[in-house]
Design a protein around this ligand. Structure first.
Ligand SMILES: [Zn+2]
Length: 319
């Protein structure tokens, strides 16, 4: 039974928004683009694993949770968690193609592409070990005793494992059902009610994580970003506020709600608060009143009065 599905990838959304507002000649433009590609690959990998669980039904009782952010002795992120009365398995999903070698001392994942290019990634084995430890701690403070295991899942056979890790299982997504079915089911650690309660309490403990503001995380000066309102039709910045709505002088598009995206960009990219003055500068508005109307109709949280008013985005309500 699927208890929690994957949700929106906030990091990926933030990277796309950042990329759009970075000028072409900015030194970070290429870096952000490559981060977008790897975030996309990650999402594809996790979605493939999610599909396996959607299609396949196991011949015993179980619960599946995708995309969890939890904290015990530290924050941790689990791609997919499989819970049954006999054991709990952390699945670490990877979408990295090429010849892969689990290197030791220090541990990292070495990848060689067909064209000879070599690069490295954080060791999935270390990630799994850390998640097993932190989830074990999370369970133990709640008095739950059950074996916790982990497995690294690559989503396609284009990932050729030439040097597997010593003590962690590595499988392809298509082998997930066989792998989980073959794990020993001799001792029942949880009753059905306990298993269901545990799955729901983990889902409840999940905290959405917003990796914002992006400029701070990527050490980019907010002053470097392109300001103005984006035209959704032709992709140019600098729409002009007229009575009828936002007007694009390039393609003559009129959009009454074009400012909404720009306001969201501010909170995702620049800062967790916004003043009337900052809003005018970012949206290219000259009127205090127009800026005020926009801020007041965006369902933001307002703090302070008059000139000292600041507005904040309600992430959990309107992400
Ligand atoms: Zn336009």
């Amino acid at each position: 039974m699927i208890i929690k599905k994957r949700t929106i990838d906030y990091k990926y959304i933030g990277l796309e928004m950042l990329y759009q507002r970075l000028p072409d000649e900015h030194p970070m433009k290429k870096v952000i683009n490559s981060k977008i590609l790897s975030a996309k690959a990650g999402i594809i990998g996790e979605t493939i694993v999610e599909e396996v669980f959607n299609k396949y039904k196991f011949p015993f009782n179980y619960c599946v949770l995708h995309d969890l952010n939890l904290s015990s002795n530290g924050k941790f992120q689990i791609d997919t968690l499989f819970i049954c009365p006999y054991y709990v398995v952390v699945l670490e999903c990877k979408n990295i193609v090429g010849e892969l070698s689990f290197e030791k001392e220090p541990p990292y994942l070495k990848r060689e592409l067909e064209n000879g290019q070599i690069d490295g990634f954080e060791s999935p084995e270390v990630q799994v070990d850390r998640n097993i430890y932190l989830l074990g701690e999370w369970l133990s403070v709640r008095g739950i005793d059950i074996p916790v295991m982990g497995v690294v899942v690559f989503n396609s056979t284009k990932s050729k494992i030439v040097n597997p890790p010593d003590h962690t299982s590595v499988i392809y997504a298509t082998s997930i059902p066989v792998f989980l079915r073959r794990l020993p089911r001799e001792k029942e650690y949880l009753t059905l009610t306990q298993m269901s309660d545990l799955a729901h309490s983990i889902a409840k403990a999940h905290q959405a994580y917003f990796p914002y503001p992006m400029c701070k995380n990527w050490r980019i000066d907010p002053e470097d970003l392109i300001t103005g309102v984006l035209c959704g039709k032709c992709g140019r910045f600098g729409m002009e506020k007229l009575k009828a709505g936002w007007y694009c002088s390039s393609c003559c598009n009129i959009d009454r709600r074009a400012h909404e995206r720009a306001i969201k960009d501010w909170f995702v990219l620049i800062k967790d608060s916004l003043t009337n003055k900052e809003c005018r500068k970012f949206l290219h508005l000259s009127s205090y009143q127009t800026s005020l109307r926009i801020l007041e109709t965006m369902n933001l949280t307002r703090f302070g009065d008059n000139n000292k008013t600041i507005y904040k985005w309600n992430w959990l309500e309107k992400s």
